[in-house]
Design a protein. Structure first.
Length: 202
């Protein structure tokens, strides 16, 4: 994942005018117009410029997006340390996307030393705010005992929260959980149900 989802949006001269006048949120939205080609040609370099302006004003979603730019090397040179620093700033402001990316950085040792405890800590913060990807990841960690003690009850809890948000990977993982681990009487039925939901999404 190398960009944030933004609600229905398109480029307008009014939006650009607000961005030019220093409105941080407009700068952030204009960044996404350039990322996704919404009413204007895709241009990651231009997107980076506008996002950086918003980030310098402390816009938490822009800070997160700057992290993605550096993490993925789009619009700028790939730099794990700068990505980590931007994610950290956004995570401190409570952005769940950034908190999840902090978990990834600590888990993978990108921009910082590997630290499973901190990875789980940030993943839990993100998951607790309802971020589906973090909920899925946390569920996977509990199901495998990866960075935490293996607890299938918690695995089911977090996988279900994510799956109920239509997150495909969680639907598949939850289906496999019911198929391989659950002792519930209706486990086979639930496994079939969730695996079919995942398959419907491709």
């Amino acid at each position: 994942m190398c960009s944030l989802s933004v609600f229905a949006l398109t480029y307008t001269r009014e939006l650009e005018s607000k961005a030019n006048n220093g409105d941080a949120h407009s700068q952030y939205l204009l960044c996404h117009c350039y990322i996704d080609g919404l009413g204007i040609e895709i241009d990651y370099d231009e997107a980076f410029i506008w996002c950086e302006k918003a980030a310098h004003q402390g816009h938490k979603n822009a800070l997160t997006q700057m992290g993605y730019f550096y993490f993925c090397g789009k619009g700028t040179k790939q730099d794990d340390k700068k990505a980590f620093d931007y994610f950290y700033k956004a995570a401190k402001k409570g952005c769940p996307d950034a908190q999840f990316m902090m978990a990834r950085c600590y888990k993978e040792g990108r921009g910082t030393a590997k630290n499973d405890d901190k990875a789980i800590k940030f993943c839990e913060k993100s998951a607790s705010q309802g971020f589906a990807m973090a909920q899925w990841y946390l569920g996977e960690c509990y199901s495998r005992g990866d960075g935490v003690e293996k607890e299938l009850t918690k695995a089911e809890l977090w996988l279900k929260k994510s799956a109920e948000q239509d997150f495909m990977y969680a639907q598949y993982s939850l289906g496999m959980y019911y198929k391989n681990y659950s002792r519930a009487k209706d486990a086979k039925t639930k496994a079939k149900e969730w695996l079919e939901k995942a398959a419907e999404q491709g």
